[in-house]
Design a protein. Structure first.
Length: 391
């Protein structure tokens, strides 16, 4: 699990350092850096499995990604991790520095190290990849390779989702590149559920049962083969679309009717998608989800968080991803404790973003009245200055 994340000079994030929990939520006004923070976390994880120019999401060139007021075109990442199954150490820190040119779509690693009780500099083999990726074909000693493999496994894979229930409900054709995952907007939920069913029908049955517990008008989730949409996903949204054989999602009601997923509520589809992501075999280490409250009935938000907590509590028996969310919803925020929340805000106008863990807000527990007030109520009724004690 990632316990801390720090980034310097990425987009509007000049110098941000935040603590993290198994389920964590990032709040703040529009243009406060919430999306940039998720993208920075994603880039760090991606650098373990792909060359550095491909690790950074979206289209960019030159120093587009570098904070405008930076002294040089260098972006620094640092993260703390806890791994109870590690062969090396339960606690580790990893640091990566990447330098960007004035022109061109490339970047180079300039520094990389980790510390698991003893500092280790990671040698550079190729400038455009991280040392953790280069370890796969390097000539490191067996002892050093074991340390790097352990660190890479601890960091693991992250996925960033901006889930669209309409895309999630659509029948999807088979795509080997989307095996056991969704596209960033959620397209492919039907084939993800089919992958889960093919891997272990008991896990699929549990997903169906959990879904129907929260939506008692249904008694079963079913996957059927049918004509479906195929596409080649593009981050720019310019997807290559077509038709093919795939899978569709259907719900059986307690009255015996069958309903297509496209006729169900957005909240039901989003709920099913989160269940599938958390239940998939070999899940990513980290799920980054932007504004999951879209289209969801407010009471259902609390049930979603409650379910995610239950799945996290069961992580001893089965690995589940760490989750970092962004939200604008006070109702969703009310499902969290202060130590699980970080507020991002710009201090002056268009200046750099700063991070404020709400666990450090003055007298936050007393202001919540020992349970009389929810955290979302404080956030909604107080200005950020009042909440943070800056007045």
């Amino acid at each position: 699990m990632m316990t801390r994340f720090s980034v310097k000079n990425y987009k509007c994030l000049a110098d941000v350092d935040i603590p993290l929990t198994p389920i964590h939520v990032i709040i703040g006004q529009n243009d406060s850096g919430k999306t940039s923070l998720l993208e920075a976390i994603l880039a760090l994880h991606q650098s373990v499995v792909t060359p550095l120019p491909s690790a950074f999401p979206g289209k960019w060139e030159g120093n587009d990604l570098v904070y405008e007021g930076a002294n040089d075109a260098r972006i620094d990442f640092e993260a703390g991790f806890r791994n109870h199954h590690s062969a090396v150490s339960n606690e580790s820190t990893y640091h990566l520095s990447v330098l960007f040119p004035e022109k061109g779509s490339w970047c180079n690693r300039v520094d990389e190290w980790f510390d698991n009780g003893e500092a280790h500099h990671i040698a550079q083999f190729r400038s455009h990849v991280s040392g953790l990726l280069a370890r796969l074909d390097s000539q490191e000693s067996p002892e050093e390779r074991l340390k790097l493999n352990d660190l890479a496994e601890t960091i693991g894979i992250a996925r960033l989702y901006r889930l669209d229930p309409k895309m999630m409900a659509a029948p999807a054709s088979f795509d080997p590149n989307r095996k056991l995952r969704l596209d960033q907007d959620g397209f492919g939920l039907a084939t993800l559920l089919d992958d889960i069913l093919g891997h272990d029908y008991k896990i699929f049955g549990k997903v169906s049962d959990q879904f129907c517990t929260y939506f008692p008008q249904f008694r079963k989730v079913r996957i059927e083969t049918e004509s479906a949409s195929s596409r080649q996903y593009s981050e720019a949204g310019l997807h290559a679309m077509g038709q093919g054989v795939g899978k569709g999602i259907y719900f059986e009601t307690i009255q015996g009717r069958t309903i297509r997923a496209q006729q169900a509520s957005d909240g039901a589809i989003l709920f099913l998608g989160l269940l599938a992501l958390m239940s998939a075999p070999e899940p990513p280490k980290l799920l980054l989800i932007e504004e999951p409250e879209k289209g969801v009935y407010p009471k259902r938000l609390a049930e979603v968080i409650d379910l995610l907590r239950k799945l996290e509590a069961d992580s001893v028996n089965r690995p589940v991803p760490q989750i970092i969310l962004t939200t604008h919803s006070p109702l969703l925020l009310s499902s969290f404790k202060p130590e699980e929340v970080t507020l991002l805000r710009r201090e002056v106008g268009t200046g750099p973003v700063k991070a404020y863990p709400l666990r450090d807000a003055p007298n936050i527990e007393e202001r919540m009245g020992g349970g009389e007030f929810y955290l979302g109520e404080l956030w909604y009724n107080l200005s950020e200055e009042e909440l943070l004690g800056h007045v």
